[in-house]
Design a protein around this ligand. Structure first.
Ligand SMILES: [Zn+2]
Ligand SMILES: [Zn+2]
Length: 353
């Protein structure tokens, strides 16, 4: 099995980011990424620049809707118009165009100290027929976290990780709720990279350069075969792995998550996250973390199923249900930090023929 690391939800100068696609690809190569997905607001102009740059597969989707209810569209070759009044229509248009998508930062909150409290949450619920959910968005996570400008400055310059207290619990609840009721939503991480320039008195500061942000929240995909060096084939492979939920996301600043494994075993057959596993006698789930001081939590149908301070655990699913995994990084001092979130394995009731 192969694992590839990528960064999703990036803005270039084709919308409100500051870098060209070539510059962004260079930053991705220097961060050691295998793929990136640019999602400029309401445009797919960047598609003409899609290619493999320095070993990085650069894909272009789009972020649709402006005022609220942002939707990330993947694998489309045409611009799809915004419709904030009816975001279900946007979801369906993306599917009709042969693409798939993910709801972006659904519970974003604003802070009076960042862009005067601007926030872009998803407004209308319920919606259906979307395929993915952005579980943790690095830039969005910064908004709404801070009660004062002093705390914002302290975190930005001195302790950025203090701002990263995990995905919103509302978002995780929503994800579990859809998955439990059979909708099968894959989770991804997003950076929402813009590399925006801000004025701080006489200084001009770039807020989160592409280079920095590509080392924050990344989405890793599992593939049975190697990533092709042929661009159209690699594009199809990456989108397939994402759409099928063969992935996990990680806050890589704590520790790179390469080597993390979550899989099911059924008579020596490996079952990847995002897949089904028949509930039989000889099945097992395994979690392996690349960092020794880990805290592994297994969530079954939205509730804590087991928790262990270990970097390697195998267990038999007690009942059929939706099993997903969270891994916390345990520093030598202080409390465990939210780190890795893996897509679920769906353990299904088995009816012998
Ligand atoms: Zn957005
Ligand atoms: Zn965005």
């Amino acid at each position: 099995m192969h694992t590839y690391r990528g960064n999703i939800h990036i803005h270039s100068c084709y919308s409100d980011g500051t870098g060209s696609i070539k510059e962004i690809a260079e930053a991705a190569a220097s961060a050691g990424l295998d793929y990136i997905i640019i999602t400029d607001h309401e445009t797919v102009t960047g598609i003409k620049d899609e290619a493999v740059y320095n070993g990085v597969v650069v894909l272009v989707g789009s972020e649709i809707n402006r005022k609220h209810s942002h939707y990330l569209a993947f694998n489309i070759d045409q611009t799809i118009g915004s419709n904030e009044d009816n975001p279900q229509e946007v979801i369906d248009q993306v599917s009709k165009a042969g693409g798939f998508g993910a709801i972006a930062h659904p519970f974003e909150k604003g802070s009076a100290y960042i862009e005067k409290g601007k926030a872009y949450p998803w407004i209308k619920w319920p919606v259906f027929r979307f395929q993915g959910l952005e579980i943790w968005n690095y830039t969005s996570h910064w908004r709404g976290r801070f009660p004062s400008s002093l705390k914002t400055l302290y975190c930005f310059f001195l302790n950025r990780s203090a701002a990263m207290d995990g995905p919103s619990s509302d978002c995780l609840k929503l994800w579990d709720c859809y998955n439990r009721s059979g909708h099968r939503i894959f989770g991804i991480g997003g950076s929402d990279a813009h590399a925006s320039l801000y004025r701080l008195g006489p200084l001009k500061v770039t807020i989160f350069t592409y280079n920095y942000i590509f080392r924050t929240i990344n989405t890793y995909i599992y593939m049975e075969e190697e990533l092709s060096s042929d661009f159209p084939r690699a594009k199809a492979q990456i989108y397939k792995a994402l759409q099928e939920g063969h992935s996990f996301l990680s806050y890589d600043i704590l520790h790179p998550a390469a080597g993390f494994l979550f899989y099911g075993l059924s008579n020596d057959r490996i079952i990847l996250p995002g897949s089904e596993l028949d509930y039989e006698e000889n099945i097992e789930l395994r979690v392996k973390s690349p960092y020794r001081r880990s805290l592994i939590r297994v969530i079954l149908d939205g509730k804590l199923f087991l928790e262990a301070k270990t970097d390697d655990i195998s267990f038999k699913p007690a009942v059929p249900g939706v099993y997903r995994v969270e891994v916390y990084y345990r520093p030598l001092m202080g409390h465990p930090r939210p780190w890795i979130y893996a897509n679920p394995i769906y353990v299904k009731t088995y009816f012998p023929r």
